[in-house]
Design a protein around this ligand. Sequence first.
Ligand SMILES: Nc1ccn([C@@H]2O[C@H](COP(=O)(O)O)[C@@H](O)[C@H]2O)c(=O)n1
Ligand code: CDI
Length: 164
Amino acid sequence: MRIGLGYDVHRIAEGRPLVLGGVRIDAPFGLVGHSDADVVAHAIMDALLGSLGLGDIGQHFPPDDPRFEGADSLSLMGEVVRMVGREGYRVGNVDVMVIAERPKLLPHVPEMRKRLAEVLQVRERDVSIKATTNEKMGFIGRGEGIAAQAVALVVPSDEGRRMP
Ligand SMILES: Nc1ccn([C@@H]2O[C@H](COP(=O)(O)O)[C@@H](O)[C@H]2O)c(=O)n1
Ligand SMILES: C[C@@]1(CO)OP(=O)(O)OP(=O)(O)OC[C@H]1O
């Protein structure tokens, strides 16, 4: 079993879509990025890559590469899951902390878990998404950005899956 850590942050702007954990959230603002700027997906991808010493997402999906302009981060995550598979591992579980002053994310967590579990090829209970505000402090507290932290465990592919 191996563990990895991921972190990402994107700036908030009006007129951009807000996509978190693969879910389009109705909000008067979104996140700025070359891709869809899904910080939750990006933090998980970096945690998975880190668990196996495979570098970071920028190495695999360069932010200046036109192929990734407006990219759906869940489809990039699918590629990372395949990389994990090629190393002889599968995803065990992931745990994510989203730091956002607004909007309220709790109502969207079940859908995020569902979408992420499909791509990560795990049970929904193996995808944990938690949210916190920054108590109005700093750039997140002022509503200038949203950040996410993730840890991921990967286990050898031939290790049996525990029954639900
Ligand atoms: N964007 C957010 C932030 C927080 N939550 C939920 O509210 C709880 C309290 O947050 P505090 O920052 O005041 O501790 C938190 O535990 C989450 O359940 C949320 O849904 N969306
Ligand atoms: C996935 C990528 C692709 O451009 O997304 P970005 O929106 O540029 O986001 P960032 O977290 O700054 O860098 C990761 C990139 O590899």
